[in-house]
Design a binder for this molecule. Sequence first.
Ligand SMILES: Cc1ncc(COP(=O)(O)O)c(C=O)c1O
Length: 397
Amino acid sequence: MNYNFSEKLKNMQPSAIREIFKSLTDPSIIAFAAGNPAPESFPIEAIAKISDNILKTDPVKALQYGITEGYPKLRELVAKRLDTKFGIGRPDDMTIIVSGGQQGIELTCKTLCNEGDTVLCENPSFIGSLNSFRSNGAVVKGIPMNEDGIDTALLEEALKNDPKVKLLYLIPTFQNPTGRTMSLKTRCEVYELAVRYGVIILEDNPYGELRFEGKELPTLKSMDTEGIVVYCGSFSKVLSSGMRIGFLCANEKLMQKIVVAKQGEDVHTPMLPQMICADYIEQYDLDAHIKSIQDLYRHKCGIMLEALDRYMPDCVKYTRPEGGLFLWCTLPEGIELNEFVQAALKRKVAVVPGTAFNCDTEAGSDAFRVTYATPTEEQITEGIKILGELVTEFMKG
Ligand SMILES: Cc1ncc(COP(=O)(O)O)c(C=O)c1O
């Protein structure tokens, strides 16, 4: 059979980094390439107790259809938490539960963008979102970043020159893949530009609660007096990634349409994980649990930075994240990224080449992403030592 694929998906290829991700199942490989939270960050015992109790005391609710907007108790708990902890949510906003932040991102694009509309993103950006935008027929355009986040002068130029911009997708805090955080000044400028040019901001914040250094910064959504920000959050990095619980908060009129789009995708997010999540928030101390995850990542990130400072030649530059899971290393001129990544894999260290996160799929990169979340402390030191030795070998030619 000659399958005639849709225009939307015809040109989308399986990720070039699939081979690298495949290698992550090999236990002898040091997995700096994963995007997973640390296995020790899941509150396994508590979740086992809660699910056992739900299935004994309220099994029908857990196993029956639910409503598209989400389990009411969880929606209420999430909305309250967003309001009291982060100042998010206005009287005309609405919060719904989605199947992971990934679905929230996809639904927002599907609801707002026509074929050929532009989505502006930080470049580089999260591959899962870029692929969602592409598969919805949107044109992804990247805006370079600097130390303060997205370059606002270049952002304004893009907004001025492209009347088809519908959405501005941003990961302001502990960005994936760079680990960078947008400064307060840039946040204010970005918000003002979006208002001026009438563009919706999709603020993706799955890592915001994983701050282990520095000062908390306000989210774009907390500044949203005009109702132009769609806020996407997730329990993936603070409770469980496999439970697939995320949430969206935005103006009610927009959210009603997003709910229609969600209904056509999966009717609703599975009830059992929603109920587990709600009971965890109600019966346990989520903030204390998050604090323990922050402590864990502070420690592991510290080990990685220490190893980088010690073993990486000075010609390699790397970010020093204040939270989240990732660190971004830039190679010196003269080292070909793909050759370097393949050589690292041969030495049993997996990193993700920067090309995977490019908005322009044809563009090159001189950087790679590493995570400190999943490898052990010994693996972090050993893996960075190997990467450092490789850089020296490549420099010698
Ligand atoms: C920036 C960013 N956004 C969204 C997601 C999706 O997360 P989830 O669907 O597990 O909530 C991820 C996952 O790694 C991410 O890195």
